[in-house]
Design a protein around this ligand. Structure first.
Ligand code: G3P
Length: 217
């Protein structure tokens, strides 16, 4: 499963990229606003840190303007992936852009039928929002299971990009279901490295090593 960082914070992206485990980045207008950075500038900077897809979202609601915005965004770098909302105009835009070889991430997906439409429109990625689904009293992971089933039934190439990931269990379940990608805030990704028994184990080994009076270097 590929790991994308859901953030526009440069320091966090650099730190994760240095682990060698970062496969791409997703941003959205809220994350850009939170970063306080210029959209074009920060997106270019992110594209220089990772070779993987970097999602940059259009803000227009109509197809014609979405296409114009996409035209500007895709000039930023070769690894820009245009993010469009799951609407009729968004899917029209997805269809046109992917036919042209541009990567497209269809976002704000909350039903398996919406995911089916996105795949038929040629989406590179579909982003079902599991956390927001949970917030709304549904089970976000059931949605991922349904999408996986449908995509496998018809051998769709569209990658399932689990979004709105809030905790480690979302990551684990995504991997068990066979999602292609998950995107999570840096804190969630960093939390995956941690285990209390790993920390306790290191503590014990170091205490015993100290008693030997030896050094490796
Ligand atoms: O990838 C989508 C994500 O940014 C939304 O997350 O936590 O705002 O629902 P959240």
């Amino acid at each position: 499963m590929k790991f994308f960082a859901d953030t526009a914070e440069i320091d966090d992206i650099k730190e994760l990229a240095a682990t060698g485990l970062l496969d791409g980045v997703t941003t959205n207008p809220s994350l850009i606003a939170k970063s306080g950075r210029d959209f074009m500038e920060v997106t270019k900077e992110i594209c220089g840190i990772t070779d993987g897809p970097v999602s940059a979202e259009v803000v227009a609601l109509d197809h014609a303007t979405m296409m114009k915005e996409a035209e500007v965004l895709r000039k930023i770098a070769d690894n820009v992936c245009i993010k469009v909302p799951l609407t009729i105009d968004g899917l029209k835009t997805c269809n046109a852009l992917t036919a042209d070889g541009t990567m497209v991430n269809v976002t704000l997906c909350f039903s398996a039928n919406q995911a089916l439409l996105a795949a038929k429109a040629g989406a590179t990625f579909i982003s079902p929002f599991v956390g927001r689904h949970d917030d709304n009293g549904s089970n976000g992971m059931d949605l991922i299971r349904d999408i996986r089933h449908i995509y496998d039934n018809y051998a769709f190439d569209t990658e399932i990009l689990v979004a709105s990931v809030r905790h480690a269990t979302h990551v684990l379940e995504s991997a068990l279901i066979g999602a292609d990608v998950m995107t999570a805030p840096p804190a969630v990704i960093k939390g995956l490295f941690k285990h209390i028994l790993t920390d306790k184990g290191i503590e014990g080994f170091l205490a015993d090593w100290e008693k030997t009076g030896q050094s490796i270097l």
